[in-house]
Design a protein around this ligand. Structure first.
Ligand code: B12
Ligand code: SF4
Length: 567
């Protein structure tokens, strides 16, 4: 196996998830990952490519996906077998608070002389608390760590103190913790994410290890990929840890940095060479202004990509732009998240538009040839009562009546209100009650027996119990509506209802066990809990675009590359 200088490990959300009995709930229904959140941050591939350009050999190992794919896979044995002077672990999503620390412990147990770096938004937010765990040597803060990481690698491998490495918090040999300024916040991104998709494919070939590079468990069946347009955000959604305010206050970013339309179009082209799976262009292309959106669509139109493109809007878009989307990306899919049917709730969330504007956008997109519009609603919002949640479901029915080729979805804000979000930072001001705040409390909450006990918040308008109960009621109602409208099959709707009723029954049983204090009884429920957790929710299937459109198998491309290269 080629020598490595850095190994990046992606942990499962909860390290020993295969042993524990935890009912995760509808926490990952809209993303390709399972409730173990096995997807690693795209930033891993960007860091790897940047450091390789600087002469370092970097390998990615998605520990979470390996554990999910094979129930007998021994993560500790694999980590023990690895060899590298530096290991990195992402704590980007707070959901990995348990897994990240446990993996850190395993790394240090077997590689006591190796240096361990954590990074990602949650690691940045909790960087001081992270040094309470003796395994952690460094935390690289901020949304752009490629260049600081290069400088840190130089220091580690040359035995130099890293006091000049920007964004770094570090523990010296005497155990003292230092905090360098978070000063590296690039306003342009031309030297990162240059050829990271090609590089990822080459790494699979070099390490002959496709399984460790898979972004999520089902990727070979449904090879969806993502292209990022920016770092930061222009919007200020109250509950989002990646809002403009969150970036400004916690990650020192005054304004977002956008990749050029040329770089984004180049990524789409590179991906098209690897797979014909759908490509999600992440981030509203209108954020940097209409000129940017028009230019990108022009480039995508010239490219004539065969992959189906998914575009997202943060707010309604003008009709001419929707028309251009249709021309540039035939059969495109559009995503928009009004959060609630009630403009008062929507405004309280930081999204300021009317239902009329929303419906005009949906109409415009469908008229422009959009294959499907996905509309996302949420529960657990400010000013949102249980009745308001049910009214949102009724509005979904209205949308289903009014438009064809539309899929409305609803899910709770769960399990965590994002740290750094306006609501997390000023809960009382926005009607939230934070139940836990510290990193260790979140680690403990993650291993609670059901998502009801993991939720880190409740609101002035709904208790934790009500948030959980209304989420299931809304999911069941929407499921019935969709079956009635024929937007999902009767069979699928029945299966989904069965899954939801079983989850409700389990919640009840878990509550009784918790109340009795006999938590060893939980293991009795494990088989059913695991079945509910790991069976694919109906929403995920609905979100998948028709696989008939995916003609090229990624595996065969990789095998042919492996045959051609000899690393
Ligand atoms: C794109 C995006 C996604 C994509 C992720 C694609 C991917 N594989 O990365 C999708 C849509 C799949 C997604 C899903 C989720 N997301 Co999201 N997402 C975003 C978004 C909009 C942009 C992130 C981004 O573009 N980053 C830019 C890339 C290049 O950087 P990066 O991957 O973060 O990596 C850089 C740094 O973070 C750091 N870094 C990362 N890892 C490591 C590791 C080490 C060792 C080091 C040193 C550095 C480092 O260095 C990297 C390079 O500079 C942000 C909001 C925002 N405005 O930022 C939310 C955001 C990050 N997501 C969030 C959440 C909650 C989720 C979900 C948990 C939601 C859910 N319940 O379904 C899931 C988790 C998915 C999983 N792991 O399985 C929260 C996180 C809050 C928190 N602190 O926990 C955010 C902040 C806001 C939000 N609510 O959407 N998300
Ligand atoms: S949720 Fe709102 S603030 Fe957060 S990334 Fe999306 S648009 Fe930006």
């Amino acid at each position: 196996m080629p020598q490595t200088d850095l190994i990046l490990l992606h942990p499962p959300s909860i390290y020993d998830f295969r042993k524990r009995t935890i009912l995760y709930g509808p926490i990952s229904d809209f993303i390709p990952s399972s409730p173990i959140f096995e997807m690693y941050p795209i930033g891993f591939t960007s860091i790897a490519e940047y450091l390789e350009r600087a002469g370092y050999r970097v390998r990615i190992v998605n520990v979470a996906v390996r554990m999910l794919r094979d129930p007998n896979f021994d993560a500790e044995k694999l980590i023990k077998s690895l060899s590298s002077p530096v290991f990195g672990i992402d704590l980007h999503w707070l959901l990995h608070a348990h897994g990240a620390i446990e993996i850190a412990r395993i790394v240090k147990r077997h590689h006591p002389r190796a240096r361990l770096v954590l990074g990602g938004l949650s690691a940045s937010y909790y960087h001081r608390e992270l040094f309470d765990y003796p395994e952690i040597d460094y935390v690289l803060r901020g949304d752009s760590t490629e260049e600081p990481f290069r400088q840190l690698m130089d220091c580690i491998l040359r035995g130099k103190e890293p006091e000049a490495v920007p964004n770094l918090a570090w523990r010296d040999d005497m155990g003292e913790v230092h905090e360098n300024p978070l000063s590296y916040v690039p306003s342009e991104l031309s030297d990162v994410m240059v050829r990271y998709y090609d590089h990822t494919v080459q790494s699979v070939v070099r390490y002959r290890d496709l399984a460790s590079y898979l972004p999520f468990k089902g990727w070979l069946r449904y090879p969806i990929t993502a292209v990022l347009t920016c770092r930061g955000c222009t919007h200020n959604c109250l509950i989002c840890g990646g809002s403009a305010a969150a970036f400004r206050q916690c990650y020192n970013r005054e304004r977002p940095a956008f990749r050029t339309p040329e770089a984004v179009a180049h990524d789409v082209k590179s991906i098209g060479r690897i797979t014909r799976g759908p490509i999600f262009i992440l981030g509203d292309i209108l954020q940097p202004g209409e000129g940017y959106a028009h230019r990108l669509l022009q480039l995508l139109g010239q490219e004539k990509t065969k992959n189906q493109l998914i575009l997202e809007l943060f707010s309604p878009a003008p009709r001419d732009l929707l028309k251009e989307m249709g021309k540039a990306c035939p059969q495109f899919c559009l995503e928009i998240s009004p959060e609630s049917h009630d403009p008062e709730v929507r405004t309280a969330c930081g999204r300021h538009y009317s239902n009329e504007a929303l419906e005009e956008t949906i109409e415009g997109a469908l008229a422009a040839g959009c294959q499907r519009v996905h509309v996302f609603f949420m529960t657990g919002l400010p000013k949102q009562t249980k009745q308001s949640v049910m009214d949102t479901v009724d509005y979904c029915g209205f949308l289903l009546d009014k438009f064809d080729r539309i899929s409305p979805f609803i899910a709770p804000l769960s399990p965590f209100l994002d740290p750094a979000s306006l609501a997390f930072e000023n809960p009382e001001r926005y009607g939230y009650r934070l139940l836990i705040r510290s990193l260790e409390e979140h680690r403990q909450a993650l291993v609670a027996p059901s998502w009801k006990y993991t939720l880190n918040y409740e609101t002035e308008w709904m208790t934790r119990e009500e948030i959980v109960a209304s989420a299931y009621e809304a999911l069941l109602r929407l499921n019935r509506l969709k079956a009635r409208h024929g937007s999902i099959s009767k069979g699928l709707a029945e299966e989904a209802a069965q899954r939801l009723y079983t989850a409700l029954e389990l919640l009840h049983q878990i509550d009784n066990i918790v109340a009795s204090g006999e938590e060893e009884e939980l293991s009795r429920l494990k088989a059913t809990v695991d079945r509910v957790n790991m069976s694919m929710p109906c929403e995920k299937r609905e979100l998948e675009l028709p696989t008939a459109l995916i003609k090229l198998r990624p595996l065969s491309t990789l095998w042919s590359l492996m045959r051609r290269h000899s690393y």
